[in-house]
Design a protein around this ligand. Structure first.
Ligand code: ZN
Length: 166
């Protein structure tokens, strides 16, 4: 088992994420911890960098600026799309995330911010863009990645047993 966090190590952490105002935005709950593959951009860059070299039991507080988190907010990212561009049975609600294909075969995530009769209002910015992310993290477990996890660039669960299809 790896002694400390380095590239290609599967890391399991407990975490709490707060915004600058101290409001909890996200957290691991109970046994539902976050497992990621270090060095493969599974988590925001600023948090990944802060975890390098840490050991099981280490607790850290990290403030991640937007540039190392979900990016700066682009005011041009808010768009309105014709409701008719979506399947009629699509159940669109604020907070939904989906992927749209632009003209140049580029795929981008979109976040629904509002829906009305005629338009779906979306934001290309991640909901946490522009936010400084305040993480409190405890390192729970480290293990070596399996070959197929390295090939995929992500872990298959805390213990490497989770099955999925690509
Ligand atoms: Zn996989």
């Amino acid at each position: 088992m790896p002694e400390q966090i380095a590239d290609d190590v599967v890391v399991t952490i407990e975490y709490i994420l707060r915004n600058a105002g101290g409001e909890i935005l996200d957290q691991s709950e109970g046994d539902d911890l976050l497992t990621y593959l270090h060095g493969h951009q599974n988590i925001v860059a600023g948090l990944e960098a802060a975890l390098a070299g840490k050991r099981v039991g280490d607790v850290l507080k990290v403030a991640v600026p937007p540039e190392d988190g979900y990016g700066l907010r682009d005011p041009d990212g808010v768009r309105q799309l014709e409701r008719s561009a979506f399947p009629p049975d699509a159940n669109l609600a604020p907070g939904d995330q989906f992927t749209a294909e632009l003209e140049d075969d580029e795929f981008v995530p979109l976040y629904v911010i509002a829906v009305d009769e005629e338009f779906v209002h979306v934001d290309l910015n991640h909901p946490l863009a522009g936010e400084t992310l305040h993480f409190e993290v405890k390192v729970v477990e480290l293990r070596d990645a399996l070959a197929n996890e390295l090939a995929h660039g992500h872990p298959h669960g805390r213990h490497g047993h989770d099955h999925h299809h690509h």
